[in-house]
Design a protein around this ligand. Structure first.
Ligand code: DGJ
Length: 726
């Protein structure tokens, strides 16, 4: 609900409230947290200090002077009295860079506001969703900011996005336009960010938010393996189950900045949006600019509840298309089985055995096109290599389909190899700067998606590949960070727009292919998980989580990813041992038990397994088909997190609360181990639950006494299913 009374906007979801007040013509953040039953008078809750030295007095009310420099602001701008980190700054034709927005008016409407060209969470008929648009303006410069908010009541989430309008007759350059700025009147937070690198993505790091600014960011043109456009501010005492937690996530796939600034008066300013580095967005008179969306989630029951709120919203109102709600096929991918060394028969051999064990989809990875036999050449030349595949993709797909499997293909559509026909034909189609040697990454260049003809070319590649109906799955890869980001078109004014326009081009293509080919399942990928973000998730319901397929490493990666993103979004494959990334040998059972909660796949030559492991795979797939609905639509409780523990234990509860699955993974066996118990969560105390062995427990028993952690051996894993009995 959104209400406006006594100069206060009250945005409320079922369990949270967000208050914005109007004071001295400014928008003040008054509160975000647990739902309020009543809203006090603004004078009672305004966090105001009169006349602080060196805070310029831009607000004078009833003879009293105060400053936006020590108020809790909602969308601060650069150049006037608030001298902390601004959310917005622009340069005007007179060369000055001062903006001061004042409150103008507001509108409230049912449903969700629009952000043209950008992915966002959406409302469906019957959802209790409403939107607020607050207009602020700088009359001196003729610029407006429309602050858009949407309230997803039953999902307990609030979204924000900003539209900047140049209503003057002159040009202006936006230097910075963040999506979120919010000031908390307290400063005793810890900050959780998801950090890493290739093959060890999104490990949560928690550190006290000390004086000054802490931020994560990307300038790689992608969200990156290194930092994710997510962070949480949590109280000191907050853990998985208790305490307050605020989560912020940007629905965007390019350069971002996300952080928090703690100031001298114990105000914490959280901010998030497009990275202002090399961002300069020229607006002609009458033009407008939309920022990407930020999702805000508040939890009063720890990090776990924050994650569950994100998960449900993302599963149901960020992911889109028919695959959002149906079980997706169990796949086998040939990458780690063959790398570039394959031919049609080898692929079919893998497919046949996979089929016999229950796999439903055969995915052909990199190396099927041009003359590509290694990490150089042919990107852009999407024609089958007939030496490897004499019958082409169509011929191979036909043979795979004859096995009663569907067929999927890897592509890296945003790239071009220097050694490719595409590059020879269009040497200026890549991102580059005239006169500078472009830096290669994995021997490849990035196509310039700001150019319409390049966007059209990529669309036509998909049309050629997909229109025949042979391909029912696409793995969309992207294997380098961007450098020398410039475009041959548009001249100097266009260069500060390239990073963002690239992402708009990317979304245009993703939108095109998913709308035109709704029966094709797309999986996002970027050298593993370098683009695991809400932007991609809007178009593609699953993303390859990491190139690290080691079971133990995956416990950490999937844990960190689950802080914000649901298991239904995580591509999770069983691979061979010794593992190719860390050379560790884990049992087939552990590998399967780790992958079963995500989108299960296999990434090895199953022909090389002994009968016992084959049987294990067959059983895993059978279990997955029976249980995936609980993993992918149920609620996750992280009973024991892998960081700082010798085990990871997750509980999933089905939507109807009738099925409970406990997945436990031991890292190191302990001889003569001390006893450790974990208590199950959120069960019906009075109900009875029966496990696979027929043993019956009460909910109270499982929640009060817990279950014993079995440390008897390295890599011991267990999936226990409890069904409610009436
Ligand atoms: C990186 C991906 O993450 C891998 O799974 C694989 O598809 C390779 N690229 C292929 O080049």
């Amino acid at each position: 609900m959104i209400a406006f009374k006594n100069s206060i906007f009250h945005l409320s979801t079922d369990n949270t409230s967000y208050l914005i007040g109007i004071f001295g013509g400014q928008l003040i953040n008054l509160y975000y947290g647990k739902r309020l039953n009543s809203v006090p008078e603004i004078s009672d809750i305004l966090p105001i200090d009169y006349s602080r030295i060196f805070s310029p007095n831009d607000i004078n009310i009833d003879g009293k002077k105060c400053s936006t420099d020590n108020l809790t602001m909602e969308y601060p701008t650069f150049g006037s009295a608030d001298l902390r980190t601004p959310a917005f700054s622009a340069t005007y034709t007179d060369g000055t860079a001062v903006t001061r927005f004042e409150y103008e008016d507001y509108e409230i409407h049912k449903g969700k506001y629009d952000i043209p060209g950008l992915p966002s969470v959406y409302a469906e008929d019957g959802d209790r969703v409403s939107s607020l648009c607050i207009t602020m303006s700088d009359k001196v410069k003729g610029v407006e900011a429309k602050l858009n908010y949407a309230v997803f009541e039953e999902y307990d989430a609030i979204t924000r996005s900003v539209e900047i309008i140049n209503s003057s007759n002159s040009v202006m350059d936006i230097d910075k336009a963040l999506s979120l700025s919010i000031d908390f009147r307290c400063a005793d937070f810890d900050m959780i960010t998801l950090n890493g690198a290739w093959a060890r993505e999104r490990l949560p790091e928690r550190s006290p938010l000390s004086y000054g600014t802490k931020q994560v960011e990307s300038m790689r043109g992608i969200t990156s393996h290194h930092e994710n456009p997510f962070f949480a501010l949590v109280d000191k005492n907050t853990d998985e189950f208790v305490g307050e937690a605020y989560g912020f996530n940007l629905i965007y796939s390019g350069n971002f900045v996300a952080g928090a600034q703690r100031d001298a008066y114990n105000v914490t300013r959280a901010f998030m949006g497009i990275n202002p580095q090399n961002f300069k967005w020229r607006l002609e008179g009458g033009e407008h600019f939309n920022t990407p969306e930020v999702v805000l989630v508040y939890s009063d029951c720890g990090i776990g509840k924050m994650s569950r709120t994100f998960h449900k919203l993302y599963r149901e109102r960020l992911c889109s298309g028919k695959f959002r709600d149906i079980r997706r096929p169990v796949l086998i991918n040939n990458w780690e089985a063959t790398y570039f060394d394959f031919n049609e028969e080898k692929i079919l051999e893998i497919a046949r055995t996979a089929k016999s064990l229950g796999v439903e989809l055969m995915v052909l990875d990199d190396g099927w096109f041009g003359t590509r036999n290694g990490e150089s050449g042919s990107l852009g030349d999407w024609v089958p290599n007939t030496q490897k595949l004499p019958n082409g993709i169509t011929g191979l797909a036909k043979k795979v389909r004859a096995l009663d499997m569907s067929f999927g293909l890897w592509v890296e559509p945003e790239m071009v190899s220097p050694d490719s026909d595409l590059n020879r034909a269009h040497p200026d189609w890549c991102l580059h700067i005239e006169g500078r040697e472009p830096t290669l990454g994995r021997n490849q260049l990035v196509l310039d998606l700001t150019r319409n003809e390049v966007v059209d070319y990529i669309k036509s590649v998909f049309d050629r590949l997909l229109s025949g109906g042979d391909i029912s799955y696409v793995k969309w890869d992207m294997n380098r960070s961007m450098t020398e980001v410039g475009s041959a078109v548009g001249g100097p004014q266009a260069q500060g727009k390239v990073y963002h326009r690239y992402i708009l081009g990317l979304y245009e293509i993703m939108n095109y292919v998913t709308e035109k080919y709704p029966d094709v399942l797309f999986e996002g990928c970027s050298g593993g998980g370098a683009r695991f973000d809400g932007g991609i998730l809007h178009y593609f319901p699953q993303i390859w989580t990491s190139d690290d397929t080691d079971a133990l490493e995956r416990l950490y990666i999937q844990y960190g990813t689950s802080i914000c993103y649901p298991y239904s979004a995580m591509g999770a494959h069983v691979s061979a041992v010794p593992n190719h990334q860390v050379y560790r040998t884990t049992p087939m059972k552990m590998r399967g038990d780790v992958s079963i909660c995500g989108q299960l796949g296999y990434e090895l030559d199953l022909n090389k397994l002994d009968d016992q492991d084959k049987e294990c795979v067959r059983k895993q797939i059978e279990d997955y088909k029976a249980l995936s609905d609980v993993f992918h639509t149920g609620d996750l409780y992280r009973l024991m997190v892998p960081v700082g523990n010798n085990a990871a234990i997750n509980e999933f509860i089905s939507e109807d609360k009738n099925t409970v699955i406990v997945c436990s993974y031991i890292m190191k066996g302990i001889p003569n181990a001390p006893r450790d118990y974990v208590k199950l969560r959120a069960l019906d105390k009075k109900a009875k639950y029966k496990d696979q062995n027929g043993k019956v427990y009460t909910g109270e028993q499982l929640m009060s006494f817990g279950i014993k952690v079995d440390y008897t051996a390295d890599y011991r894993s267990n999936i226990t299913v409890y069904n409610k009995v009436n």
